[in-house]
Design a protein around this ligand. Structure first.
Ligand SMILES: [Ca+2]
Ligand SMILES: [Ca+2]
Length: 265
């Protein structure tokens, strides 16, 4: 189909005080689209999007917190324009409700990368990387952290480090209560051409030493990662947001290290 198609539907959202932010996720729209929620235009996505000729098959998301209503149905309208081959909304569309910002009991300083003098440090083990504080694509607030691998390292590097690319944002010496359980929670996103591994580590656990969560990529969408039951051996923990094994870009935001609630006896 070539030309313009209009899609219209309604959806309900139940108010959740713990998750006041609402967004729409589109699995893929072929090709250009404009999205309205309750009459307000929330997105214009031309084709090719940002020069990407493959954007017709890529996922994307849009925040609709300011447009959504809880007391009655929400009206969603999508205008799709297609100029070659098949076209239209061809993958599912979801409504997602999210918590906002960083929990007030997080012990990690500047988990949102918002502070001018951020305590986050940068380190490259091997490969060519670019670090940046990204103001264009924050998950919340005005800034998130970006780490881009442009080139993998040499075979010698690989032998030494047991990976061909490795760099990280990190913080060490975060004061915590010894023997009390903590939980790491953060949002991560990778570019769709990401070929590496996201390795999210908390070191200093009494039994496991390092608690690691690995991801191979998020296909361009923000994803939530949680690691639970981290029990500090001493009075400190360290957090490492590693990009390893390959090229591509990763973004991090809203990194929290929070005491886990005590289990009821
Ligand atoms: Ca098409
Ligand atoms: Ca932020």
């Amino acid at each position: 189909y070539n030309g313009v198609a209009w899609y219209r539907t309604t959806f309900g959202v139940e108010r959740d005080p713990a998750k006041p932010r609402v967004r729409l996720l589109f699995g893929a729209v072929d090709e250009a689209c404009v999205v309205w929620v309750n009459g307000a235009k929330v997105l214009e996505r031309p084709y090719p999007y940002n020069g990407d000729a493959d954007s017709w098959k890529k996922a994307f998301e849009v925040d609709i917190t300011d447009q959504v209503r809880y007391d009655r149905p929400n009206f969603l309208v999508v205008r799709v324009e297609d100029n070659a081959g098949a076209g239209g909304i061809w993958r599912p569309v979801w409504v997602q409700q999210l918590a906002t910002g960083i929990s007030s009991n997080s012990v990690l300083p500047d988990g949102g990368f918002e502070e001018p003098e951020t305590p986050w440090k940068q380190h490259v083990m091997c490969g060519e990387f670019a670090f940046a504080l990204d103001r264009e694509h924050p998950h919340t607030g005005a800034v998130c952290a970006r780490l881009q691998c442009n080139r993998v390292g040499t075979p010698e590097d690989e032998q030494k480090q047991r990976t061909k690319a490795w760099a990280r944002w990190y913080q060490t010496g975060i004061p915590v209560g010894q023997g009390k359980p903590y939980r790491l929670h953060l949002w991560v996103r990778t570019s769709d051409d990401f070929k590496g591994t996201l390795a999210l580590w908390v070191t200093g656990d009494a039994t496991r030493g390092t608690v690691a969560t690995n991801l191979f990529g998020t296909e361009g969408l923000w994803r939530e990662v949680t690691a639970t039951g981290i029990v500090p051996k001493g009075g400190e923990l360290s957090v490492y947001l590693n990009v390893r094994d390959g090229t591509g870009t990763a973004w991090f935001d809203e990194v929290e290290l929070v005491p886990e609630p005590k289990e009821e006896p």
